[in-house]
Design a binder for this molecule. Structure first.
Ligand SMILES: Cc1cc2nc3c(=O)[nH]c(=O)nc-3n(C[C@H](O)[C@H](O)[C@H](O)COP(=O)(O)OP(=O)(O)OC[C@H]3O[C@@H](n4cnc5c(N)ncnc54)[C@H](O)[C@@H]3O)c2cc1C
Length: 417
């Protein structure tokens, strides 16, 4: 693998950047592999990378129906954080954040990781109590968290509507180590590093069936023929139910659309990620100057990667309530991605009832930050046929056994997620 460095960049600049080698190969599928990962998003590529790096399993293929990284990986709003309440989640997300902190060196790829801080606003005494509880839980588990009062928040983000009659800002919970990373670069970085360790990344190859014999997986049917595999991992995000159904599995997952928006470029306006506590709205500013923001789900089950207008209006209304100056801006781009929503809002990284078939999914709207941790834990689970302690609770059985990881406190109700 060509090592990227400042010196090499300079050398290639002198030759007009015409001689860069391909970042990863475009191999034809082999007849069989030790492991086939379905889905070339961040999670699938990270899983393949860590299978090779941590477990020495390099006879691996990632099969992707389109080009890599054009699913939710390249559609999200790039927020990275580990500010979760329950230990089942916060140890996992903190491990993921630690991997993010060393990821660029590990992959030798600039993913533009920017630990600019994530600030969750609160607007009432009861919300302050909930934020304090969350912050305490984080700190007890060794994760950074700071409870800020209104004046401290004002000093950091002066342009919020502090005296909004309905939603005055009381303060915020800050995680300074949170921030953003460039989403599609994460897919490219993992792809390049996995390829260098021998992983085959097979694009434009859709999985159409999962072949089983005697309760054991034997490979996948694809648009480029049958590919045999001792083990198969599903990492297809919004398509999880569809692909799992190919192996006869019915999952506690619904697919919903989530939208994102980018405005025209501006001079620096917000230098951290800020989330509104009185409506679903969050915002950050990209390095190019556009404000990147999003809100809640569209609320209709769909596999269409585009959103509906009522949600556009709803998200904007919440944004303007939080930061009135946004009303003067033009939105340049808007798109949607398909979310695999579990009934408790927490993910699945686990074995399945089919031997040799493993599941990574249910990421809801929070899977980007999980990318390295998810790949790392999924690789561990596939290699050892058993979970790591970080993902031990992220099973399908938890729904049958009544052990939901109800992070949002909304109960296992799809309409409340
Ligand atoms: C608008 C929006 C904003 C978001 N914001 C954030 C955020 O700020 N922070 C955060 O942490 N998370 C965020 N998320 C969630 C996050 O993007 C996802 O949870 C995460 O990207 C999902 O994992 P992935 O990257 O592997 O998915 P994907 O990139 O969707 O990868 C799955 C891949 O599987 C492929 N596939 C599907 N079916 C098949 C098949 N049959 N055969 C072969 N390949 C198949 C797809 O083509 C796709 O490339 C957001 C999501 C959206 C849509």
């Amino acid at each position: 693998m060509t090592r990227y460095s400042g010196l090499r960049l300079l050398g290639h600049a002198l030759s007009g950047h015409a001689r860069w080698p391909r970042a990863w190969r475009a191999p034809d599928p082999k007849p069989s592999y030790d492991v086939v990962i379905i889905g070339g998003g961040g999670h699938g590529l990270a899983s393949a990378y860590y299978l090779a790096k941590e477990h020495g399993i390099t006879n691996v293929a990632v099969v992707e129906k389109g080009p890599i990284g054009l699913g939710n990986t390249g559609r999200n709003t790039t927020i990275v954080r580990s500010n979760y309440l329950f230990p089942e989640n916060n140890h996992f997300y903190e491990w993921s954040l630690k991997l993010w902190e060393g990821l660029e060196q590990d992959l030798n790829f600039n993913v533009m990781m920017s630990q600019r801080g994530v600030l969750n606003l609160f607007h009432s005494d009861s919300q302050r109590a909930a934020s304090a509880r969350r912050g305490n839980s984080m700190r007890l588990n060794g994760i950074d968290a700071e409870l800020l009062d209104r004046e401290q928040v004002k000093a950091m983000v002066p342009l919020l509507d502090y005296d909004n009659a309905r939603f005055p800002v009381f303060g915020g919970l800050l995680q300074r180590r949170g921030g953003t990373a460039r989403h599609d670069a994460v897919a490219w970085g993992f792809a390049r590093a996995a390829d260098a360790r021998g992983v085959d990344i097979i694009q434009h190859c859709e999985v159409t069936g999962i072949r089983r014999e005697g309760g054991r997986v034997t490979g996948v049917e694809t648009t480029r023929g049958f590919i045999g595999a001792r083990k198969v991992g599903i990492a297809v995000a919004g398509n999880t139910s569809r692909v799992a159904a190919m192996a006869g599995l019915r999952l506690p997952i619904e697919s919903h659309v989530l939208q994102a928006f980018v405005t025209e470029g501006l001079k620096p306006l917000v230098d951290m990620v800020v989330t509104f506590g009185a409506g679903h709205f969050y915002i950050s500013q990209s390095d190019k100057g556009g404000l990147v923001f999003g809100g809640g789900l569209d609320g209709y089950n769909s596999y269409a990667q585009r959103g509906s207008l009522p949600t556009v209006e709803h998200v904007w209304a919440a944004g303007v309530a939080m930061m009135p100056c946004l009303s003067r801006l033009r939105v340049l781009r808007q798109w949607g991605g398909v979310m695999d929503m579990t009934m408790d809002g927490s993910p699945l990284i686990c074995r399945t009832p089919v031997e040799g078939l493993y599941l990574n999914g249910g990421w809801c709207y929070g899977g980007f930050k999980a990318t390295p941790g998810s790949g790392w834990c999924f690789a561990h689970t596939i290699a050892n046929d058993a979970p790591h302690r970080f993902n031990a609770a992220m099973t399908i059985e938890r729904f049958r056994e009544g052990r939901a990881i109800d992070e949002r406190g909304a109960g296992p109700y799809p309409w409340a997620q």
